[in-house]
Structure formats: structure tokens, C-alpha cells
Design a protein around this ligand. Structure first.
Ligand code: AMP
Length: 446
């Protein structure tokens, strides 16, 4: 099985914006091979034409292919996987055994699970399909009751599903179709091990679909382990950030960030640079450290007087200062053309701030670059940002071996006299019915 996993057909399609009907395809749902009770239900939902992911995925999934979908909410991905599954279940006519399920859809959050449940309900309106949603945070008894006779489609969050499996209220021996939705969020939320445990409990002979907006290493590995010769559909990301901004991330331990910054600044093309920190305190330290290294820099943040802020801004605009070190709030008002580089010394907690930050460069038609220094503790923030901008940020390898550690903590030097702090410091079956043995084939070229 491992050898054949290499076969992979890659289809790149445009993103679908539910508000923009122009990107809907010219195909009809009937042309995709969908049965009448489904097309009738879609008409009732006012779905006139398939979205690109639906057009590409549905015929392949009806043909039993596995699928790797790089797509996010808004692409129409839910119908892309729910419709073929409903059709398979209807055509096959199998019944689940007690406490069993024929199709399992895993979602990371309660909200997503409920949303998928609503979609299944709407699309299966004219079919004999039983479905249920199980999720944590609510009394399990109604869920146990719903599972007793078995269901055709089970939508679940991983934690509660494992819990009910362990208690013997549900088994996965009948599962023919397995969907992992928003796999990168599962990873962020710490569910990846639970997901692997669940997948192990599902028979190997099955159709598997995995969707993820981004493809971190662990998700790629999971996909490789559980998918069989998948068709890959990659929804080209919609650009939230300006196209002209080249974005890079450098993975670096926190203690080497100061040295890395100075190293980058040896390049004269870093001509007018804004460095972002999360705290005022860190902004002060970084600016001071740059000054000590002979690089003209000033900090700008809420604890500085208006006069000091203006002075720093004027100096930056007049090229007397090469680097402005800023916090997010202080930076909102900065409108300076010709900023060549934005450097995220620390990644913002709030992903939207990333877009605001890097938007300080590439203004007025110019080009710009944005670097993000990412230490191991910031990886979750990075994934959140990549999800927001709907694409991975290129990783730049930088030789860190020569860089001194802890340059960013000059206050630890014993020789410095104690000063009054300028601001607040940051707080720190079996009786089972038959199981169909599917003819597993590699994905067809699209
Ligand atoms: P999803 O990406 O699956 O969360 O879907 C995003 C939104 O688009 C949902 O509100 C769907 O009901 C809607 N949608 C999905 N497919 C279509 C379609 N072919 N035509 C119109 N709306 C659709």
C-alpha cells in the first residue's frame, strides 16, 4: 500500500466565495453524476451550479477515490464530501449494525460538527439516511440513545467519540467512508493523537478524505499514512495580504532573535525597517540593543509621550532613524511610505494584527518584504496566521550557529544601574451486516 500512495493527481482550482457567484462552474450537478433526490435537495438550497471543489471532487469521490483537499470553509467543501457519501450509502443500501456507523466525519469543533450535521440533514432530505452529531460539553445520554440502533452518518468531535468508544456505546467496525475535516485545526487543538487512535479503529478497507486549510508537517504525515493514492485538490488561496509583500518566516530560538535581527540588518537593502514586538518592554529593549550595536533605532509605543513618538516618527521619515521598533497599537497610526521591510520580532497573538503589521510595507505601489521570527512556542500563532492568509509562509533557512544567544536580554547584565521602570512590565457486531469490499483504485487524472 505504501508504494501506491505516491500516486497523486493534483488539481488546482480557484477559490469559491459564496458571495461571488461568478466563480461557480458552468456544470450542472446532474452532470456530476448525482442522483435526483440529491439534486432536488440542492435546488431547494438554491445551489444552481457546483463550486470548483465540488465539480472536481464529486465525480472522483463517486468513483471511490481517496481525497486530499487543501481547502477552507467557504469553498463549498462540505457538500463536496457529503453528497458523494450520501449517494454511496443510498446505492449500497447497507444498514449499520447496532452502535455502528457507515460514514464517520470528524470535525475539530462543536460548531463545525453541528454545521456539517445541518448540511447532511439538508442534502439528505429526500433519502432514507439516519445521521447524528456527537460532541463534548453536553450530556452524553441522548447521543448514546441515538447511536444504539446504529447510524448511516456519524459526525463527531474526536474527544467525545473516543470517550463513547471506550464506554462501548459506539464502534467503528462498519465505517466505509471516513472524513477528517480541518485537520490542521485538529493539530492546533491537540487532537492529532486522538484522531490517529480513531483512524486505527476504522477498517482499512474504506474511502478516506482529509481536508486542511494549511499543510503543516504533521498533517502531511497523517495524510500520507491514512490516504490511499489520493486525488489532491488544492484551492488556490484567496489573498488577504497584499500580493506585493514577500513573506518569510525564520525559525529561531527566542534567545537568538536579537542577534538574528542585527545579522539581517547588515544587509543595506534593509533600508527603512519597522520591527514589531508584542510588548512595550520588549520594544524598548530591542531598540536599545540596536542602538548599542550602532544601528539608529527608536521605540514607539503607548508609554512614550506624544512628543517622543512624534520625534521618532519624524526621524524615521527623514532617514535619521533606520529602524522603528513598535507595538501593534502604536503602529496603527504609522503611515510612512518606503518601508522596505517589516520584521515580526515576535508573532502577534491576534492573527489579524499580522495583516495590519505587514501592511506597513508595500505601500503606494512599492514592493516590500515581511520577515517573521518564530520560536518554538510561537508555532501555534504561525499556523493561525497561515490559516488566516490561507497559505503557508515560505521558510527561510538562516545559519544561526554563529549568532550569540541572549542578546535580547541586556538588562540581565549586572553592571547596569537600576532604573525606575518606564511602564508596567508584562505579567508574566457482533452480528454485523456485511462490509463491502471496495475495488480500490488510484485516482484518475482530472
Ligand atoms: P462550506 O465551504 O462547505 O462551509 O460552504 C460555504 C457556504 O457556501 C455554505 O453556506 C454553503 O451552503 C454554500 N454553498 C456550498 N456550495 C454551494 C453552491 N454550489 N452554490 C451556492 N452555495 C453553496
Amino acid at each position: 500500500m505504501t508504494a501506491t500512495r505516491q500516486i497523486c493527481v493534483r488539481i488546482r482550482v480557484r477559490p469559491f466565495d459564496a458571495k461571488d457567484l461568478n466563480v461557480l462552474t458552468t456544470t450542472d450537478f446532474t452532470e456530476l453524476g448525482l442522483i435526483e433526490p440529491l439534486t432536488r435537495a440542492l435546488a431547494a438550497q438554491d445551489y444552481i451550479k457546483p463550486t470548483p471543489i465540488q465539480e472536481k471532487a464529486i465525480p472522483q469521490l463517486l468513483d471511490n477515490a481517496d481525497l486530499l483537499g487543501i481547502a477552507q470553509t467557504g469553498s463549498g467543501k462540505t457538500a463536496a464530501f457529503v453528497l458523494p457519501i450520501l449517494q454511496h450509502l443510498t446505492n449500497d443500501g447497507f444498514r449499520p449494525s447496532p452502535k455502528g456507523a457507515l460514514a464517520l466525519i470528524l470535525a475539530p469543533t462543536r460548531e463545525l460538527a453541528l454545521q456539517i450535521g445541518n448540511s447532511v440533514k439538508a442534502y439528505a432530505k429526500h433519502l432514507q439516511i439516519r445521521h447524528t452529531v456527537i460532541l463534548g460539553g453536553v450530556n452524553q445520554n441522548p447521543q448514546v440513545k441515538a447511536l444504539a440502533k446504529g447510524v448511516d452518518v456519524l459526525i463527531a468531535t474526536p474527544g467525545r467519540l473516543l470517550d463513547l468508544m471506550e464506554q462501548g456505546h459506539v464502534h467503528l467496525d462498519d465505517v466505509e467512508h471516513l472524513v477528517l475535516d480541518e485537520a490542521d485545526r485538529m493539530l492546533d487543538m491537540g487532537f492529532i493523537h486522538d484522531v490517529r487512535k480513531i483512524v486505527k479503529a476504522v477498517p482499512e478497507e474504506r474511502q478516506t478524505l482529509l481536508f486542511s486549510a494549511t499543510m503543516p508537517k504533521e498533517v502531511a504525515k497523517l495524510a500520507n499514512d491514512i490516504l490511499f493514492a489520493p486525488v489532491r485538490i488544492d484551492i488556490a488561496p484567496k489573498t488577504v495580504t497584499a500580493d506585493r509583500i514577500e513573506q518569510r518566516v525564520i525559525h529561531v530560538p527566542a534567545g537568538k532573535k536579537g542577534a538574528l535581527l542585527q545579522d539581517l540588518l547588515t544587509d543595506p537593502s534593509f533600508y527603512r525597517v519597522i520591527v514589531f514586538t508584542r510588548t512595550k518592554h520588549r520594544a524598548n529593549r530591542v531598540a536599545k540593543q540596536l542602538g548599542q550595536a550602532g544601528i539608529e533605532a527608536a521605540a514607539i509605543h503607548g508609554n512614550k509621550s506624544q512628543a517622543a513618538r512624534q520625534r521618532a516618527l519624524d526621524g524615521f521619515k527623514a532617514n535619521r532613524l533606520r529602524v522603528l521598533v513598535a507595538t501593534d497599537i502604536a503602529a496603527r497610526g504609522i503611515d510612512v511610505d518606503g518601508v522596505t521591510h517589516v520584521i515580526n520580532f515576535e508573532l502577534p497573538n491576534d492573527t489579524e494584527s499580522y495583516v495590519h503589521r505587514i501592511g506597513r510595507t508595500a505601500r503606494a505601489g512599492a514592493e516590500g518584504m515581511a520577515y517573521s521570527f518564530c520560536d518554538p512556542a510561537e508555532r501555534t500563532h504561525l499556523r493561525g496566521i497561515e490559516r488566516l492568509i490561507k497559505r503557508p509562509i515560505d521558510v527561510q533557512d538562516h545559519d544561526l550557529s554563529e549568532l550569540a544567544a541572549n542578546q535580547s536580554q541586556p538588562e540581565r547584565r549586572p553592571s547596569k544601574p537600576k532604573r525606575k521602570p518606564q511602564g508596567k512590565r508584562p505579567a508574566n457486531s457482533n452480528g454485523k451486516p456485511r462490509r463491502r469490499r471496495r475495488n480500490r483504485k488510484p485516482a484518475k487524472a482530472a
